[in-house]
Design a protein around this ligand. Structure first.
Ligand SMILES: CC(C)(COP(=O)(O)OP(=O)(O)OC[C@H]1O[C@@H](n2cnc3c(N)ncnc32)[C@H](O)[C@@H]1OP(=O)(O)O)[C@@H](O)C(=O)NCCC(=O)NCCS
Length: 431
């Protein structure tokens, strides 16, 4: 899940929030204390306190070992039947290859998935995007889980897992990436989410997988890192019209348009769309780059072909091919995730690009990411979003991104990390 927040102040010259300063300068101990202090005593987690996840009370206890919290059990000991649902509801496995099922999932999410705090925008993942996100190499159909009303078969809740190899320091761990948890607005606060989380966990265990990675906008026990979204205006007029950003103090619309204006074409010689023949080179670049981070996916060529080869309206990737010797020296990518604009008289969709994985070895990262902005603008995106993960901090301010108002917390299930990480130590982007 990604944050759906808006820009704090679109035209700040100093694009720095106080939290940002805190994140880059505090020690990890201080960071974990900061998180603990945001929790009042009344904030108990009746469900999460029963799960094998890092608990708030243990945050400063460095004597606890890193790694799995609970050992795996024999698969024969995993509960064989699904968890009980309230009587009127039943489990369904959602076949996303079926046009009808995919449309039902799309409708549930487009009406009930993540909104910003002011309920102005709601994620509108496309059907093609959902199919792509849920069908990586080795995916399990049984991990695409719906809850529907027995009598009408109406889909009212959804949760998914996909398999992934995630490296934590030097250990590559088989995990599930859990995503798209959604309960229909009319069924909220009835403790359905914990049952869904337990059911996806059970089905993951049945495949002999014991760890998971997930993100949320809410603070749960306990984040491995807490990131922030930054937003780069591509179509400032529309962003201001729909309330995504505001005209800065002492700014006019024409000065704002000028501030965010971009060249018509990418400037780096050899910058071109990635092709199938680039998969081996891009895999090598990505693998070497991701080694620097404490937590990152372990990607092979099949993964790269699935996750980053351009897919119209879903994911865009570019390489820099050296004009001299034709080697691939740099790579950048972004995915397409529009948001519905709620209750606006003229605009209904915000076209947003989200920075995905980027690797620079020759082209300066700032220049590479400026070229990404240029092609995103050409393609009609209104805004380009990026988390402060990996080396992204090194280009955000320079390329006129402004900080968003929400946080995105990353979690691991059944895997303890000793100290909370800085966002720049994380090499993982979940969709
Ligand atoms: C997230 C959502 C499914 C939770 O359902 P709900 O009806 O609000 O909450 P329930 O009563 O069923 O369950 C509450 C429990 O789920 C946990 N929970 C809530 N959101 C969660 C999340 N995003 N991830 C994991 N657990 C979550 C709560 O912390 C609580 O457990 P706790 O008592 O241990 O703290 C629902 O609010 C929703 O669909 N929201 C819009 C989409 C969304 O935000 N999805 C999550 C994207 S990360």
């Amino acid at each position: 899940m990604a944050d759906n927040g808006s820009v704090n102040d679109d035209t700040k010259d100093e694009n720095t929030s106080s939290l940002e300063i805190v994140n880059s300068e505090l020690s990890t101990d201080e960071l974990s204390r900061e998180i603990q202090e945001t929790l009042t005593l009344s904030q108990r987690h009746k469900f999460w306190e029963t799960q094998p996840v890092g608990q708030f009370k243990d945050l400063n206890d460095t004597s606890m070992p890193e790694g799995p919290i609970e050992p795996p059990t024999a698969i024969s000991e995993v509960k064989q039947e699904p968890y009980n649902l309230p009587n009127l509801y039943e489990w369904v496995t959602c076949d996303m290859n079926s046009e009808d099922t995919c449309a039902e999932v799309y409708n549930l999410l487009s009406n009930n998935y993540v909104e910003d705090d002011e309920n102005m925008f709601r994620f509108n993942y496309s059907k093609e995007f959902l199919r792509w996100a849920l069908h990586p190499p080795g995916y399990y159909k049984t991990w695409h889980i719906g809850v529907c009303v027995k009598s009408s078969k109406k889909l009212v809740a959804f949760i998914t897992g996909i398999p992934a190899r995630i490296r934590v320091r030097s250990d590559v761990v088989s995990m599930a990436e859990v995503n798209f948890l959604c309960v229909h607005k009319k069924l909220r606060s009835k403790r359905l989410a914990p049952v869904m989380i337990k059911e996806v966990t059970r089905r993951v265990h049945l495949e002999n997988i014991w760890q998971a990675a997930y993100t949320a906008g809410v603070v749960l026990p306990t984040p491995i890192t807490s990131c922030q979204y930054w937003h780069r205006s591509l179509n400032p007029k529309k962003l201001i019209d729909v309330g995504f950003s505001r005209l800065g103090p002492r700014m006019t619309m024409s000065r704002t348009l000028k501030l965010y204006k971009l060249p018509d074409l990418p400037v780096t010689p050899g910058f071109r769309k990635m092709e199938l023949r680039d998969v081996p080179a891009v895999t090598r670049l990505l693998r070497a780059y991701l080694m620097q981070f404490v937590v990152a996916p372990d990607l092979d060529e099949l993964d790269v072909e699935h996750w980053v080869l351009p897919k119209e309206g879903v994911v865009d990737s570019y390489v820099v091919e050296s004009p001299e010797n034709h080697t691939i020296t740099d790579f950048c990518s972004f995915y397409t995730l529009p948001s519905s604009i709620l209750g606006h008289p003229t605009h209904s969709i915000l076209k947003a690009a989200y920075s995905y994985y980027n690797v620079s070895t020759k082209t300066p990262l700032v220049q590479l990411m400026n070229d990404a902005l240029i092609v995103a603008k050409q393609k009609g995106f209104d805004v380009f979003n990026a988390l402060d993960v990996m080396h992204n901090e090194s280009f955000l301010k320079e390329l006129k991104y402004g900080p968003g108002d929400g946080k995105l917390h990353y979690y691991l299930y059944n895997y303890r990390i000793k100290n909370i990480l800085r966002p720049s130590e994380l090499g993982l982007v979940l969709l």
